[in-house]
Design a protein around this ligand. Sequence first.
Ligand SMILES: [Mg+2]
Length: 355
Amino acid sequence: MKITDIQVKKASFAFDKPFKISFAVLYGFETMVLRIDTDEGITGYGEAGPFEYVTGDNLDTCMVIAQAFREKLIGEDPLAIQRIHSIMNGMYHGHTSVKAAIDIACYDIAAKKMDVLLYRFLGGHNPTFVSDVTIGIRSPKEMAEECLDWKKKGFSILKIKLGEDIREDAERIKAIRSAVGDDVTLRVDANQGWTVKEAIQMAPLLTSLNVELMEQPVKDYDYAGLKYVTEHTDLPIAADESCRVPEDAAKLANMRACDAMNIKLMKCGGIEPALRINAVSEANNLWCMLGCMGESVIANTAAMHLFAAMDNIRKADLDITFFSHCDWITGGFTAKGGEITLTERPGIGIDVDGF
Ligand SMILES: [Mg+2]
């Protein structure tokens, strides 16, 4: 099989309401939708959802780099995904979002060629799982009310954004636990907002409120600090911004700096490097979770297939399409509350209208 063309198009999405995390307020997002055509008539879709503060690239760089990749990749075999990555990595360091777009489209093509869903192509057996939904930073009362709303809509796992003043963060999480009761799973994400000592101060409260994990408490570059937090609390600690690519996962595992890695396709460059992060983690007796950036159902469903395929990826944070809607990119999965079921169609099962 040969790639005959690679086309890209910008897409924009508005959030239902502004979304605040420790280092930014987000009103919506833009992505680059990508389409790969082949000489066998099979088309694959991918998507780049860059978030410059984390991935280092942006929509403008994605559009430029995608054109450079297009020139080198036309004529290449999309099923030779290792070679595709080798060509892309030989041209540019970083630029992981656009690499993820190409990677997702190639996996979509490969699974379509085999006439199976992508999670089956990757070796999985169960198309249904539960994702959390994320609650942005607001006042304790507003966050508690929002959590209760999501619980009423059928969500059983809530990911709570914290990472501001720890006294107010403590009030937030106490108000939330008291509002939702004991039958909802809570996880927290400080998005680098705490110091090492603040994270260690917060941990006993979080443990007493039966919070299941603390994500990225300290600065992304502070591996020693992350290790110190991990060693001084019983709460599982997950690395997110500290774990972008497989080489980061190897360093974190060597240092025993965390208990888990939060994989995102946009941080690492797609499914192939994500599989390597998971392999490094599993071989070091660490588990993974799978998160998302601002993305449509294209990249989000690709991540869902990866989640459904890999036993060691244990927690899903694949909630972006619960807050953002798009009428021309559809399909992929159905959701009942937080319970997601992948749609019975080959590849990632996406329709892109007019592209
Ligand atoms: Mg995170």
